[in-house]
Every structure is written in structure tokens, then in C-alpha cells.
Design a protein around this ligand. Structure first.
Ligand code: SF4
Ligand code: SF4
Length: 380
């Protein structure tokens, strides 16, 4: 008889607002060693992923005497219809609607930990929400939270795949829950819909081609990626939006995830004109703020190109003299497309004053484009 049962933990978790709870063995990740090695060797991981495989599969590094992992999932499939603005807009992934989910899930995990501690004096717990390299989705899969879809997302039959995940490493043993095997069947909608062609096979993703990653990657992007990004300024939901499990998934009402300052389709002009204070006000409370203002503005410049937004011309002219070199370069490029010859004097002036080599090259290419010379530019 342990100090607390699985059923008691689950009951408390559901009452406190967690949608799905499962238990996994701390050893459940070791079997992914070869798979990770294969991904690294074939260049399928992106540069925000941890390269040290041990850190991705070994929870004993974080809690020496871990005996179980409690996996939690909270649905963000909220009841909310985003307005379609009259002006051009940038699209924000559902993961960044409302309050930063890291805070919401940590709060829930802390409550659950305190409940366990109230029953078990000697309990030790480590709480994790997307802030460590352990394979979060794999833990949830092994804890029976859901199955892997062909889009590599974790899908629960009742809640779909719009799920935030969190974990608690515990030094108390619980019998692991049963895994659920894929229910995708012959469906291939996500593979066909993926705009980045990142789903290179069933259950196989090339993270470097994923547009969600492109929206957070710093610096210059390839010409091809720029075209594919469309109006995305943070994240990509396409492979989940088309999934039939999300069409029938339970909708939830959670105030935390209702959009506030940052709208799901946010006015591009406002983003192009963001200063530090306004960025904090609009993006600060959301999970989209971590990559910083300049990456978001870069994406807004790209979205203004892809939506042929003439209202972006004036803010883009201001960005030609902003403090960030790649924003200056991108602005010149966007102006050459959106405003052509009208903007030529502004770009030429910026070019003369530019000290950064890469931005200068971009401006030169923008000038060449206006003058009718075609160019390709490379990923940096
Ligand atoms: Fe493709 Fe977007 Fe899904 Fe990435 S997030 S795999 S780009 S649909
Ligand atoms: Fe599976 Fe179809 Fe959903 Fe893709 S869209 S994850 S194949 S059910």
C-alpha cells in the first residue's frame, strides 16, 4: 500500500483542471536512443533541439531515484472564433493564444505535487513543462495519453491533438498505464496538407522544413521558405487543423487560452511598428514572446510580402533605419516587391549608410530587382 494511489492522483488532477493524466516508467525513453541517433545523423533535427541524446532519454539525470513519470495533458481546443480583420494580418498559432501555457501547466503541476506531498512526506518531485530536453511527447505516449499521428503529434481520441503537455518525475513507483497504438488508419490528410513538405513520411518529420520552426529560426530564411510561410508570424497549425480527430475533438472553455492583446490574426502594421514596450504589452504574456521582437517583425515583413500589403510600405520605410541589420535588409527586399521604383530612393539611401555586409547585400539585391535583374538569395 503506497501513501497515495494512482486513482487518487488522477481524481485530484481532473478536479483541478487537468484533462488527461497517465503514468509512465522512467525507463520508457531509453528505447529511443537509436531513433534519435538516426535523426541526428540524417540531419532531421533542428538547431533548437538538444544534441546530447542522454539528456533526451535519461530522467535519472534530473531525479536520481525517479520511479515513475506522471504525464499530464491540458486541451487548448478552446471555443473561440477569431475575427478576420479588414487589414492584412499575421497568423498566430493556437499555442500562443492567451496566457503562456508554461505558466498554466506549472501551476497545475505544483498543485498536484502539493497534493502528493500532503499524502507522502518523503515524496520528491521534479516538474517539467517544455523546459528540458526530455522527449515530452514520447513520455505522454508511453503514459497512454494518446497515440502518435502521422503528423508526429500526440492525439487523444477524445481531445484531439491540441494538447499542452507537462510531466512530474516522482520517486514513488506506480504501474505504468497502457500505450495506445495509432488510429490514423489509411488517412494521409496531414501529409498532403503540410505546406513545408516537412512530413517526409508517415510518422517522420524533417524539423528543418517545418514552418513552425522557420517562424522561430533567427536571421535570414531561404527564398523558398519565405514563400511557404504565407501569413504565419508564429507557429503553424496546418497538420493539426486538417486532422479528422480535431474536427470531432471535445471543445473546452478555458479563460487562460482566450486571446487577449495578441490576436490570432493580428494587424500587420501594428507588428511592423512594435517598439520594446509595445512588444511586451502585446506578446509578453504569451508563449510567442520567447523568440523576441525582431524575429516576429521579420515574420511580419514576410507576411506583408506574401499578402501584398501596400499598407506595410510606410512602416517598412521606417524599418530601413532600425537597429537590427537583418530587419533593415528584409525591409529593403519587401519594399522592392511591394513598392518597386517608388521606394528606390529610400533603399538607395539606406544602402549608402549600411555598415552590415549581409544587410547591404540584401539592399543591393533589392535595388537590382527594382531595376529588373532577377536574383536568388541563399539561406544564411
Ligand atoms: Fe507541416 Fe506546419 Fe505541421 Fe510543420 S507544423 S509539419 S510545416 S503542417
Ligand atoms: Fe493521422 Fe490523418 Fe490526423 Fe494525419 S490527419 S494525424 S494521418 S488522422
Amino acid at each position: 500500500m503506497t501513501c497515495v494511489t494512482k486513482e487518487e492522483i488522477k481524481e485530484y488532477a481532473y478536479k483541478s483542471g487537468i484533462d488527461i493524466v497517465g503514468f509512465a516508467s522512467p525507463d520508457c525513453l531509453f528505447k529511443y536512443r537509436d531513433l534519435l541517433k538516426d535523426r541526428y545523423e540524417n540531419g532531421l533535427n533542428c538547431n533548437i533541439e538538444e544534441n546530447d541524446i542522454e539528456k533526451r532519454i535519461n530522467p535519472y539525470i534530473l531525479l536520481e531515484d525517479v520511479k515513475s513519470i506522471v504525464s499530464i495533458a491540458v486541451s487548448y481546443n478552446i471555443v473561440y472564433e477569431a475575427d478576420l480583420p479588414k487589414s492584412a494580418y499575421g497568423t498566430v498559432s493556437r499555442t500562443a493564444w492567451g496566457i503562456d501555457y508554461h505558466k498554466v501547466l506549472i501551476d497545475l503541476l505544483e498543485k498536484l505535487r502539493d497534493f502528493i506531498l500532503s499524502k507522502c512526506n518523503d515524496a520528491k518531485a521534479v516538474l517539467l513543462v517544455d523546459n528540458n530536453p526530455l522527449l515530452e511527447r514520447a513520455i505522454a505516449y508511453n503514459a497512454g495519453i494518446g497515440f502518435y499521428g502521422k503528423n508526429n503529434m500526440l492525439i487523444n481520441e477524445k481531445y484531439g491533438s491540441y494538447l499542452f503537455l507537462g510531466e512530474m518525475l516522482l520517486n514513488i513507483y506506480f504501474e505504468p498505464d497502457k500505450k495506445v497504438e495509432s488510429k490514423c488508419g489509411s488517412c494521409t490528410r496531414c501529409l498532403k496538407a503540410c505546406p513545408g513538405k516537412a512530413l517526409i513520411g508517415e510518422y517522420k518529420i524533417d524539423a528543418n522544413k517545418c514552418l513552425s520552426y522557420a517562424t522561430i529560426k533567427k536571421g535570414y530564411l531561404s527564398d523558398e521558405t519565405i514563400k511557404k510561410l504565407g501569413t504565419r508570424i508564429y507557429g503553424c497549425d496546418t497538420c493539426q487543423d486538417v486532422c479528422p480527430f480535431n474536427k470531432t475533438a471535445k471543445r473546452v472553455t478555458k479563460d487562460e487560452f482566450i486571446p487577449r492583446g495578441l490576436k490570432p490574426k493580428h494587424d500587420l502594421r501594428e507588428i511592423l511598428s512594435l517598439d520594446k514596450k509595445k512588444f511586451q504589452e502585446v506578446f509578453g504574456p504569451t508563449s510567442a514572446s520567447w523568440r523576441g521582437k525582431n524575429t516576429i517583425i521579420r515574420n511580419a515583413i514576410i507576411a506583408s510580402i506574401n499578402s501584398n500589403d501596400k499598407n506595410a510600405i510606410e512602416p517598412l520605410k521606417s524599418l530601413l533605419s532600425c537597429e537590427n541589420s537583418y530587419l533593415r535588409g528584409y525591409s529593403a527586399y519587401a519594399l522592392s516587391i511591394l513598392d518597386g521604383e517608388n521606394s528606390l530612393p529610400y533603399i538607395e539611401k539606406a544602402y549608402i549608410n549600411e555598415k552590415d555586409e549581409a544587410a547591404k547585400e540584401f539592399m543591393k539585391k533589392a535595388i537590382m530587382m527594382i531595376r529588373g535583374e532577377v536574383f536568388e538569395y541563399n539561406e544564411r
